[in-house]
Design a protein around this ligand. Structure first.
Ligand SMILES: NC(=O)c1ccc[n+]([C@@H]2O[C@H](COP(=O)([O-])OP(=O)(O)OC[C@H]3O[C@@H](n4cnc5c(N)ncnc54)[C@H](OP(=O)(O)O)[C@@H]3O)[C@@H](O)[C@H]2O)c1
Length: 246
Protein backbone atom coordinates (compact mmCIF):
# COMPACT_ATOMS: atom_id res chain seq x y z
CA UNK A 1 0.00 0.00 0.00
CA UNK A 2 1.63 3.26 -1.14
CA UNK A 3 0.51 6.89 -1.09
CA UNK A 4 -1.67 8.79 1.36
CA UNK A 5 -5.11 8.32 -0.17
CA UNK A 6 -7.15 5.79 1.82
CA UNK A 7 -4.76 5.52 4.75
CA UNK A 8 -6.01 5.85 8.33
CA UNK A 9 -3.82 8.10 10.45
CA UNK A 10 -4.11 9.02 14.15
CA UNK A 11 -2.20 12.14 15.22
CA UNK A 12 -1.42 13.33 18.74
CA UNK A 13 -0.92 17.01 19.42
CA UNK A 14 -3.30 17.79 16.55
CA UNK A 15 -4.84 20.87 18.18
CA UNK A 16 -2.13 23.25 16.94
CA UNK A 17 1.18 23.64 15.11
CA UNK A 18 2.76 20.65 13.40
CA UNK A 19 0.02 18.18 14.40
CA UNK A 20 -2.77 20.41 13.09
CA UNK A 21 -0.92 21.08 9.82
CA UNK A 22 -0.25 17.36 9.41
CA UNK A 23 -3.89 16.45 10.03
CA UNK A 24 -5.04 19.00 7.44
CA UNK A 25 -2.51 17.98 4.78
CA UNK A 26 -3.11 14.24 5.17
CA UNK A 27 -6.90 14.68 5.11
CA UNK A 28 -6.63 16.86 1.99
CA UNK A 29 -4.59 14.07 0.38
CA UNK A 30 -7.28 11.48 1.08
CA UNK A 31 -6.38 10.06 4.49
CA UNK A 32 -8.96 9.48 7.22
CA UNK A 33 -7.59 11.28 10.25
CA UNK A 34 -8.17 10.90 14.00
CA UNK A 35 -7.13 13.99 15.93
CA UNK A 36 -5.95 13.68 19.54
CA UNK A 37 -4.96 16.37 22.09
CA UNK A 38 -6.22 17.72 25.41
CA UNK A 39 -8.07 20.77 23.99
CA UNK A 40 -11.06 18.99 22.49
CA UNK A 41 -12.75 22.30 21.54
CA UNK A 42 -9.87 23.15 19.20
CA UNK A 43 -9.80 19.64 17.75
CA UNK A 44 -13.53 19.81 17.05
CA UNK A 45 -13.14 23.10 15.14
CA UNK A 46 -10.27 21.70 13.02
CA UNK A 47 -12.07 18.41 12.31
CA UNK A 48 -15.38 20.20 11.67
CA UNK A 49 -13.75 22.34 8.96
CA UNK A 50 -12.31 19.21 7.34
CA UNK A 51 -15.67 17.43 7.43
CA UNK A 52 -17.35 20.53 5.91
CA UNK A 53 -15.09 19.93 2.90
CA UNK A 54 -16.18 16.29 2.70
CA UNK A 55 -12.98 14.97 4.32
CA UNK A 56 -12.84 12.22 6.97
CA UNK A 57 -11.88 13.41 10.46
CA UNK A 58 -12.78 12.46 14.01
CA UNK A 59 -11.58 13.80 17.35
CA UNK A 60 -10.69 12.16 20.65
CA UNK A 61 -9.63 13.97 23.81
CA UNK A 62 -6.16 12.58 24.49
CA UNK A 63 -3.63 13.34 27.19
CA UNK A 64 -0.58 11.42 26.03
CA UNK A 65 0.77 11.09 29.57
CA UNK A 66 -2.15 8.69 30.23
CA UNK A 67 -1.85 5.28 28.58
CA UNK A 68 -5.63 4.77 28.72
CA UNK A 69 -6.11 7.89 26.56
CA UNK A 70 -3.84 6.54 23.83
CA UNK A 71 -5.66 3.20 23.95
CA UNK A 72 -8.95 5.09 23.51
CA UNK A 73 -7.55 7.07 20.56
CA UNK A 74 -6.46 3.86 18.82
CA UNK A 75 -9.73 2.06 19.61
CA UNK A 76 -11.85 4.98 18.37
CA UNK A 77 -9.77 5.19 15.18
CA UNK A 78 -10.21 1.48 14.45
CA UNK A 79 -13.91 1.53 15.36
CA UNK A 80 -14.57 4.53 13.10
CA UNK A 81 -12.34 3.74 10.13
CA UNK A 82 -11.81 -0.05 10.35
CA UNK A 83 -8.05 0.01 11.03
CA UNK A 84 -5.09 2.25 11.87
CA UNK A 85 -2.24 2.52 9.36
CA UNK A 86 -0.16 5.25 11.01
CA UNK A 87 0.23 6.76 14.48
CA UNK A 88 1.92 10.16 14.45
CA UNK A 89 3.32 10.57 17.97
CA UNK A 90 3.68 14.34 17.76
CA UNK A 91 2.39 15.82 21.04
CA UNK A 92 5.04 17.58 23.04
CA UNK A 93 6.02 20.47 25.25
CA UNK A 94 9.22 22.46 25.60
CA UNK A 95 9.69 23.49 29.26
CA UNK A 96 13.26 24.52 28.48
CA UNK A 97 15.49 26.24 31.03
CA UNK A 98 19.15 26.23 32.13
CA UNK A 99 20.06 23.15 34.19
CA UNK A 100 21.05 25.50 37.03
CA UNK A 101 17.40 26.56 37.38
CA UNK A 102 16.66 23.03 38.67
CA UNK A 103 13.18 23.08 37.18
CA UNK A 104 12.53 19.51 38.25
CA UNK A 105 8.80 19.87 37.59
CA UNK A 106 9.60 20.96 34.03
CA UNK A 107 11.96 18.01 33.56
CA UNK A 108 9.23 15.63 34.75
CA UNK A 109 6.64 17.27 32.53
CA UNK A 110 8.86 16.82 29.45
CA UNK A 111 9.64 13.21 30.36
CA UNK A 112 5.92 12.52 30.84
CA UNK A 113 4.67 14.17 27.64
CA UNK A 114 7.60 13.82 25.23
CA UNK A 115 8.95 10.40 26.26
CA UNK A 116 6.27 8.51 28.20
CA UNK A 117 3.71 9.90 25.75
CA UNK A 118 5.52 8.30 22.81
CA UNK A 119 5.86 4.99 24.68
CA UNK A 120 2.15 5.10 25.52
CA UNK A 121 1.44 5.57 21.81
CA UNK A 122 3.67 2.67 20.83
CA UNK A 123 2.06 0.39 23.42
CA UNK A 124 -1.44 1.37 22.31
CA UNK A 125 -0.95 0.92 18.55
CA UNK A 126 1.50 -1.98 18.42
CA UNK A 127 -1.13 -4.73 18.96
CA UNK A 128 -3.29 -3.33 16.14
CA UNK A 129 -0.28 -2.98 13.83
CA UNK A 130 0.76 -6.59 14.53
CA UNK A 131 -2.83 -7.84 14.09
CA UNK A 132 -3.16 -6.02 10.77
CA UNK A 133 0.29 -7.13 9.59
CA UNK A 134 1.26 -3.51 8.91
CA UNK A 135 1.65 -0.20 10.69
CA UNK A 136 3.81 2.92 10.84
CA UNK A 137 5.04 4.94 13.85
CA UNK A 138 5.97 8.51 12.92
CA UNK A 139 7.43 10.59 15.75
CA UNK A 140 8.29 14.27 15.98
CA UNK A 141 11.76 14.49 17.49
CA UNK A 142 13.95 17.64 17.21
CA UNK A 143 17.23 19.11 16.00
CA UNK A 144 17.67 19.99 19.70
CA UNK A 145 18.92 16.41 20.03
CA UNK A 146 21.35 16.79 17.12
CA UNK A 147 22.97 20.10 18.04
CA UNK A 148 23.01 20.38 21.82
CA UNK A 149 22.46 23.95 23.00
CA UNK A 150 22.29 25.58 26.43
CA UNK A 151 18.79 25.60 28.02
CA UNK A 152 17.75 22.59 25.89
CA UNK A 153 19.73 19.85 27.69
CA UNK A 154 16.73 17.97 29.10
CA UNK A 155 14.45 18.71 26.13
CA UNK A 156 17.13 17.51 23.68
CA UNK A 157 18.00 14.56 25.92
CA UNK A 158 14.40 13.41 26.05
CA UNK A 159 14.07 13.81 22.27
CA UNK A 160 17.23 11.72 21.81
CA UNK A 161 15.81 9.03 24.08
CA UNK A 162 12.83 8.87 21.73
CA UNK A 163 15.15 8.74 18.68
CA UNK A 164 17.00 5.81 20.29
CA UNK A 165 13.77 3.98 21.10
CA UNK A 166 12.50 4.39 17.52
CA UNK A 167 15.81 3.04 16.14
CA UNK A 168 15.64 0.09 18.55
CA UNK A 169 12.07 -0.59 17.48
CA UNK A 170 13.16 -0.38 13.84
CA UNK A 171 15.85 -3.01 14.41
CA UNK A 172 13.34 -5.30 16.16
CA UNK A 173 10.84 -4.87 13.32
CA UNK A 174 12.71 -6.04 10.27
CA UNK A 175 10.03 -8.64 9.56
CA UNK A 176 8.45 -5.90 7.47
CA UNK A 177 5.35 -5.35 9.59
CA UNK A 178 6.22 -2.08 11.34
CA UNK A 179 7.86 1.03 9.90
CA UNK A 180 9.36 3.73 12.11
CA UNK A 181 10.14 7.35 11.22
CA UNK A 182 11.79 10.02 13.38
CA UNK A 183 11.24 13.51 11.99
CA UNK A 184 13.59 16.12 13.49
CA UNK A 185 12.40 19.66 12.86
CA UNK A 186 14.46 22.75 13.55
CA UNK A 187 12.67 25.99 14.44
CA UNK A 188 9.02 25.81 13.38
CA UNK A 189 6.52 28.66 13.80
CA UNK A 190 4.04 27.14 16.29
CA UNK A 191 2.72 27.67 19.80
CA UNK A 192 5.54 25.60 21.35
CA UNK A 193 7.18 28.57 23.08
CA UNK A 194 4.03 28.99 25.22
CA UNK A 195 5.15 26.03 27.36
CA UNK A 196 8.36 27.87 28.41
CA UNK A 197 7.99 29.30 31.93
CA UNK A 198 11.19 31.41 31.87
CA UNK A 199 9.83 34.67 30.40
CA UNK A 200 13.11 35.95 28.98
CA UNK A 201 13.83 32.62 27.34
CA UNK A 202 10.28 32.39 26.01
CA UNK A 203 10.68 35.80 24.38
CA UNK A 204 14.02 34.79 22.81
CA UNK A 205 12.51 31.61 21.32
CA UNK A 206 9.48 33.56 20.09
CA UNK A 207 11.87 36.03 18.43
CA UNK A 208 13.78 33.20 16.74
CA UNK A 209 10.48 31.77 15.51
CA UNK A 210 9.46 35.17 14.14
CA UNK A 211 12.88 35.76 12.54
CA UNK A 212 13.58 32.54 10.68
CA UNK A 213 11.32 29.60 11.62
CA UNK A 214 9.66 27.55 8.90
CA UNK A 215 5.87 27.06 8.82
CA UNK A 216 4.41 23.85 10.31
CA UNK A 217 3.22 22.88 6.81
CA UNK A 218 6.89 22.20 5.91
CA UNK A 219 7.04 19.52 8.61
CA UNK A 220 3.64 18.19 7.56
CA UNK A 221 4.97 17.70 4.01
CA UNK A 222 7.97 15.84 5.45
CA UNK A 223 5.70 13.54 7.46
CA UNK A 224 3.55 12.97 4.37
CA UNK A 225 6.70 12.06 2.39
CA UNK A 226 7.52 9.32 4.91
CA UNK A 227 3.94 8.01 4.99
CA UNK A 228 3.44 7.92 1.22
CA UNK A 229 6.38 5.57 0.57
CA UNK A 230 5.52 1.99 -0.40
CA UNK A 231 5.40 -0.48 2.51
CA UNK A 232 8.88 -1.83 1.75
CA UNK A 233 10.46 1.64 1.98
CA UNK A 234 11.16 3.10 5.41
CA UNK A 235 12.23 6.72 5.88
CA UNK A 236 13.86 6.15 9.28
CA UNK A 237 15.32 9.49 10.26
CA UNK A 238 14.81 12.83 8.57
CA UNK A 239 15.79 16.42 9.44
CA UNK A 240 13.85 19.47 8.28
CA UNK A 241 15.11 22.86 9.42
CA UNK A 242 15.15 26.49 8.30
CA UNK A 243 17.84 27.19 5.75
CA UNK A 244 18.96 30.04 8.02
CA UNK A 245 19.23 27.95 11.22
CA UNK A 246 22.82 27.39 12.43
N1 LIG B 1 8.10 24.24 16.99
C1 LIG B 1 9.36 23.81 16.93
O1 LIG B 1 10.29 24.63 16.69
C2 LIG B 1 9.68 22.35 17.11
C3 LIG B 1 10.97 21.92 16.75
C4 LIG B 1 11.30 20.59 16.94
C5 LIG B 1 10.38 19.70 17.43
N2 LIG B 1 9.12 20.13 17.77
C6 LIG B 1 8.18 19.15 18.32
O2 LIG B 1 7.02 19.15 17.53
C7 LIG B 1 5.94 18.64 18.30
C8 LIG B 1 4.71 19.54 18.09
O3 LIG B 1 4.96 20.81 18.63
P1 LIG B 1 4.55 22.17 17.91
O4 LIG B 1 5.81 22.87 17.57
O5 LIG B 1 3.56 21.93 16.85
O6 LIG B 1 3.94 22.98 19.15
P2 LIG B 1 2.44 23.34 19.58
O7 LIG B 1 1.82 24.21 18.55
O8 LIG B 1 2.57 23.85 20.97
O9 LIG B 1 1.73 21.93 19.57
C9 LIG B 1 1.92 21.01 20.60
C10 LIG B 1 0.77 20.03 20.57
O10 LIG B 1 1.01 19.04 21.57
C11 LIG B 1 -0.16 18.89 22.33
N3 LIG B 1 0.16 18.43 23.67
C12 LIG B 1 1.00 18.93 24.59
N4 LIG B 1 0.99 18.19 25.70
C13 LIG B 1 0.10 17.19 25.49
C14 LIG B 1 -0.37 16.12 26.25
N5 LIG B 1 0.04 15.89 27.51
N6 LIG B 1 -1.29 15.28 25.71
C15 LIG B 1 -1.73 15.49 24.47
N7 LIG B 1 -1.34 16.49 23.68
C16 LIG B 1 -0.43 17.33 24.20
C17 LIG B 1 -0.84 20.25 22.31
O11 LIG B 1 -2.25 20.09 22.46
P3 LIG B 1 -3.11 20.32 23.79
O12 LIG B 1 -2.45 21.45 24.55
O13 LIG B 1 -4.46 20.66 23.25
O14 LIG B 1 -3.06 19.01 24.50
C18 LIG B 1 -0.56 20.68 20.88
O15 LIG B 1 -1.52 20.17 20.01
C19 LIG B 1 6.43 18.59 19.75
O16 LIG B 1 6.75 17.25 20.06
C20 LIG B 1 7.68 19.44 19.72
O17 LIG B 1 8.59 19.06 20.71
C21 LIG B 1 8.76 21.44 17.60
Amino acid sequence: MAGIDGKVVAITGASSGIGEATARLLAERGASVALGARRLDRLDVIAGRLRDRGLAAITCRTDVTRSADLERLVTRTVTEFGRIDVLVNNAGISRISPMSALDTDGWSAMIDANLRGVLNGIAAAMPAFRRQGRGHFVTTVSTAGLKITPTMAVYGGVKNAVRTILEGLRQESTDGVIRTTSVSPGYVRTELAESIHDLELRERIRQNMADFAIPPEAVARTIAFAIEQPDDVEISDIVVRPTRQD
